[in-house]
Write a protein that binds this ligand. Structure first.
Ligand code: MD5
Ligand code: FE
Length: 204
């Protein structure tokens, strides 16, 4: 149904089964150290249906005061765990000219979780791409253009799929409309994990 927006690189099944298992295992250790928390929307305090954590030097959080990146977990007050080498390697492979990633947001979706259409614009720089890795149950992803009114396209993200958003697509509106529960056995209790790697600060 038409081409993907310019700058979207969709790499279905980029991570093979063993690589997905390895990453899922490392994420278990990470969320044991940095537990999933449920962010709330700025101003109205509405809870997200997605739970989140982070790894890497900076993590994205949202609370009543706003959206921001910070070096400490909002509940434990501890630094975020380091980013797994396999993720840094993937970034270097797919974005060889970008500065090192500083944040890896870990989104956890249960069967009813969704993410409304939004732009990612909390970073100081939009020059580097955003790299997304999907694990576990499939989800219906929607991506549009640079304004909320632009037409959108939808496609499924399956476990092991990688998405690189660079250039014009870096600021495209996007969201997750629904999950397809029971479509993967990777995560013991079901659900979906999406990882997004980002550069947050301007490189020196
Ligand atoms: C997810 N995550 O699957 C979604 C989509 C987020 C977020 O949107 O901000 O954590 S991952 C694909 C993605 C990420 C960033 C930008 C764009 C798509 N995009 O501009 O299309 O949990
Ligand atoms: Fe996003």
């Amino acid at each position: 149904r038409g081409p993907l927006p310019e700058g979207v690189r969709f790499l279905p099944g980029h991570l093979d089964g063993p690589a997905q298992e390895d990453l899922a295992e490392q994420l278990r250790t990470i969320v044991a150290e940095a537990p999933l928390f449920r962010p709330v929307m700025p101003k109205n305090g509405q809870p997200f249906s997605v739970r989140m954590s982070n790894c890497g030097p900076l993590g994205w959080v949202s609370d009543i005061r706003g959206y921001r990146y910070q070096p400490l977990h909002p509940v434990t007050g501890k630094p975020w765990p380091p980013m797994p080498d396999v993720l840094k390697d993937l970034w270097r492979e797919l974005a060889p000219n970008a500065p090192e990633p500083e944040a890896c947001l870990i989104n956890f979706y249960d069967g009813n979780a969704r993410m409304g259409l939004h732009q990612d614009r909390d970073e100081e720089t939009f020059e580097a791409p955003v790299l997304s890795v999907s694990l576990g149950d499939s989800a219906l992803f929607r991506i549009g253009g640079l304004t909320r009114k632009d037409p959108t396209r939808s496609f499924r993200l399956n476990s092991g799929d990688v998405l690189l958003l660079e250039g014009p697509s870096r600021l495209a509106f996007h969201g997750i409309d629904r999950l397809y529960p029971g479509t993967s056995t990777l995560l013991k209790n079901g659900g979906r994990i999406n990882l997004t790697l980002r550069r947050v600060t301007k490189p020196a």
